[in-house]
Design a protein around this ligand. Sequence first.
Ligand code: PBG
Length: 311
Amino acid sequence: MNNGFKLSSLIYPVFVTPGKGRREAVSSMPGIYKTSPDVLVKEAGRLRKLGIEKVLLFGSSDDKDECGSSAYKYGNIVAQSVRSLKKRFPKLTVMTDVCLCAYTSHSHCGIIKPGFPVSISKEPTLSALAKMAVSHAEAGADYVAPSAMADKQVRVIRRILDKEGYRDTKIMGYSAKFASQFYGPFRNIADSAPKSGDRRQYQLDFTDKKRALLEVKKDIDEGADIVMVKPALSYLDIIRDVKNKFDCKLAAYNVSGEYSMVKAGSRAGYWDERKMVFEIITAIRRAGADIIITYHAPDIAKWVRGKMWGL
Ligand code: PBG
């Protein structure tokens, strides 16, 4: 059965953690590991063999502060990982998440103003994100993916990349990123659940479809090469609307909560995991996604190679 699927349209998210020789299981996401940059390079060899062509890198920090400075300091963990990955696997497409939440002591996606309720300080946040993006581009990232939902983040990053001579570095905007419960297992990995307040002032309200389309338009106008809808499964209507309305490469993020639900159900014997993942990926494609970011990517690659994909 053909769902029009290609392995090259999958992006696999990977998590790096400081240190050497580290490979730690993540309890909230069975099958997912946080690795130190050296181990990541070894893992990437395995992923390449499976046929995975694109990874999206997430960093973390053991030195968090108010401004998230470990995200953009010289030789930061993501820059270091990108450099090693590109050296060993020049053809691997390396994309990087650009957001401060794994690096700030308060775990918000930007630099915040003192006091309550939590509010993002716009200029310092944009300037931190810009520095972070440049550090990734300098290390050789093919795409930077701003996910902080800071207003004008794509424009500011595009400008600075051009100015610093990284015209070929592309941008994947997390354009329609909804404030969602489905990010729960991810926040457990990145240790990025907000210490106070929540993300509703900068992530989208899931009852507001109009705003999602406006945000996508803004990102396209600001220079995004790929736009994204996130999460995927509960937002298939948004994916379809974006696809119908805009002529732009569209990614959908099959997020951590969606992955962990599938895994939990499979472990409990509620369904056949392969058939379940096939149905889900088909649905996201059918809705209109050109690219799917998914933690299932290595499993899918194995099923495809073993000619076990589909029914
Ligand atoms: C960082 C970020 C998040 C995810 C991707 N980038 C978490 C969040 O916004 O809280 C979630 C990914 C997933 O759940 O798989 N801002």
